[in-house]
Design a protein around this ligand. Structure first.
Ligand code: Q46
Ligand code: ZN
Ligand code: ZN
Length: 320
């Protein structure tokens, strides 16, 4: 195949666009798609401060790279989740990326700042690690954006992520999630920061190709907790459809955004107020993150008490 722009040998084929590009023109195409998403959805302007949530993976680092390249005012935000070697390596990838570009990287360490990490969630609570992880990330993205004066939080969700999430939400008719599934969620008066997904027009293989062509050193391993995730099965199902009908994922997602999302908006409106413990917006009494911290602290105290009791009993039987 030949590059659509220059006629040289193509390095990458994009079947859903029925086109192909050489390496330099693919990088241009990727940048154009991101710019189109940012401008088309009015995500942010050149003077606004963008907090890019980075995990060390290909998508978030590709996003940060392209935003830096396009001249946007960005800082990265890495959250130390404490998931063994995976977290250690992913943090190192983010730090190396930022240092090489002289970019600003903020790091929030869950264990250091909140006294728990995701690695200990399964032994301490009955929660699935991904549920604790997802709510912690959402909470911290919002908190850091508000406290540090960022205009918008950008995440690296790509077309495959968005189409798979949409499929899951449609299969379960999750009206509230469908209402909020969008490449742009506006800031709310109740204290939710604006959130954007500038890669939503680009597939997973495209972000991987961009990262490789740009020499981005990203963590290739997936989080160990993602093994067996339902979202991966939805991705596989969509990949099967895409293989025989290129463009299916984009048609599914864009069709929903253009024609169906409006049906769900406003259906499940919830009143937000400040969490009495931390001041972040919440629908219940204490916010989900404060409840999680409370639960973890309770379990840790119970565990310490059990250990102390066992030690006393062992000392008493040794004296007998
Ligand atoms: S990082 Fe966190 Fe994911 Fe790992 S624990 Fe689950 S949610 S799989 S994006
Ligand atoms: Zn070319
Ligand atoms: Zn709270």
């Amino acid at each position: 195949m030949r590059c659509r722009k220059c006629g040289e040998k193509a390095a990458i084929e994009i079947r859903r666009h029925n086109t192909a590009f050489c390496a330099p023109h693919f990088v241009d195409h990727f940048r154009d798609q991101v710019e189109r998403a940012i401008r088309g959805q009015r995500m942010f302007g050149p003077d606004q401060r963008v907090l890019v949530a980075v995990s060390g993976g290909k998508d978030s680092l590709a996003l940060w790279d392209v935003l830096l390249d396009l001249g946007y005012r960005t800082s990265g935000l890495y959250i130390g989740l404490g998931i063994g070697a995976y977290s250690a390596e992913s943090q190192q990838k983010c730090e190396t990326f930022a240092a090489a570009r002289g970019a600003d990287l903020l790091v929030v360490d869950l264990a250091g700042e909140y006294g728990f990490d995701i690695g200990e969630i399964p032994t301490l609570t009955r929660r699935a690690p991904c549920s604790a992880c997802g709510l912690s990330k959402r909470y911290l993205f919002n908190k850091v954006a508000r406290e540090r004066g960022f205009d918008v939080v950008a995440t690296g969700h790509n077309l495959d992520d968005e189409a798979a999430t949409l499929l899951g939400n449609v299969l379960h008719w999750q009206a509230g999630y469908l209402a909020r599934q969008s490449p742009l969620l506006e800031e709310s008066a109740a204290g939710l920061a604006r959130k954007v997904k500038p890669l939503y027009r680009l597939g997973e293989l495209e972000t991987a190709a961009y990262a490789v062509l740009r020499g981005i050193d990203y963590i290739v391993e997936e989080c160990p907790n993602s093994v067996g995730a339902t979202s991966l099965r939805y991705k596989e199902a969509l990949n099967l459809l895409e293989a025989t009908s290129p463009g299916t994922k984009m048609m599914f997602l864009q069709g929903f955004l253009d024609r169906a999302r409006a049906l769900f908006v406003g259906q499940e409106q919830v009143a937000l107020h400040d969490c009495p413990q931390c001041g972040q917006p919440t629908t219940g009494d204490a916010c989900a993150f404060c409840r999680l911290i409370g639960e973890v602290q309770r379990r840790k105290a119970e565990r310490a008490e059990r250990r102390a009791r066992r030690a006393v009993a062992a000392a008493a039987s040794a004296q007998r």
